[in-house]
Design a protein around this ligand. Structure first.
Ligand SMILES: [Zn+2]
Length: 110
């Protein structure tokens, strides 16, 4: 519950201030909430005794929980990396596009 508040506070704060670090922190907290819920859900299911449909038991449903958490973390990583690259590009970090015009601009001032 406290984690849910942290998710909201960090993510909204990050979006409004444009702080990628705050957004990343919020998404990390959201990941904790998601993994907590999915772990609780799937571990509970994994402990169920074997039945007609699943004669070997439900142990493997625990793997599903890991897959969900892993997928979330990977997608967050990709989104953050993408945003990071975009930001580096727009602030002059992109050597191929940003440097040339600014260099030319500098020469004109001499
Ligand atoms: Zn079953």
């Amino acid at each position: 519950m406290l984690n849910c508040l942290k998710v909201l506070a960090s993510t909204l704060g990050g979006v409004f201030t444009g702080s990628l670090a705050l957004v990343a922190d919020g998404l990390d907290s959201l990941g904790n909430v998601i993994s907590s819920f999915s772990t609780a859900l799937f571990v509970k299911k994994a402990l169920k005794p074997p039945d007609e449909d699943h004669p070997y038991g439900h142990v493997r449903s625990e793997t599903l929980s890991a897959i969900i958490t892993f997928s979330y973390l990977v997608s967050i990583m990709v989104i953050l990396l993408h945003t990071l690259m975009e930001r580096l590009g727009s602030s002059g970090g992109d050597l191929h596009r940003e440097k040339r015009p600014s260099l030319r601009g500098n020469f004109h001032t001499f």
